[in-house]
Design a protein. Structure first.
Length: 169
């Protein structure tokens, strides 16, 4: 209900009031920041039926946006981009997005546990085997790459020679 001299607060300002209130800012600070009266801030804060639910919904929406960004980033990865960027750059980007989304949804971003020395030794051996297999796979990939480059170079040379032969004929 409007009183004499009252003005309808736009929805985007109302949303900002709610967000700032959730962040813990005082009514006076919100009022000064947004240029509206303390009473308006107080009324708008009263519209938040369940402050905790409102906070949870905001976090969920933000988390969904992060997941969308992570998925989009992963979808945009092409072979060409993989060749230009380091694995470190790609993994850091994906990990940060995943971590942020996990934080906002209350998911674990770190798994802590106590392991016995025997369990650690077993994991170490498994990692060493995996490292050896990765190194072998890397070497095979490098060899195939070198072979492909040599083949492409030989084909280009043969094509140039064939063109040269046609020109001289």
């Amino acid at each position: 209900m409007k009183t004499k001299g009252s003005v309808r607060i736009p929805d985007n300002i109302r949303e900002q009031v709610k967000i700032l209130a959730i962040e813990g800012l005082s009514e006076r600070t919100i009022s000064n920041r947004l240029g509206i009266s303390n009473n308006a801030v107080h009324r708008i804060k009263g519209e938040i039926d369940n402050l905790e639910q409102f906070r949870a919904d905001k976090k969920r929406k933000i988390a969904e946006k992060y997941w969308e960004k992570v998925i989009l980033a992963l979808d945009l990865v092409t072979k060409g981009k993989l060749n230009k960027l380091s694995a470190h750059q790609l993994m850091v980007s994906a990990a940060i997005g995943t971590d942020k989304a996990q934080l906002l949804t209350g998911g674990a971003t770190e798994i802590l546990g106590v392991k016995t020395e025997k369990e650690l030794d077993k994991e170490l051996k498994e990692l060493q085997v995996a490292e050896r297999e990765l190194n072998e796979a890397w070497e095979r990939a490098q060899k195939k790459k070198a072979e492909a480059e040599a083949k492409a170079k030989a084909e280009a040379k043969a094509e140039a020679k064939a063109k040269d032969g046609k020109i001289n004929s």
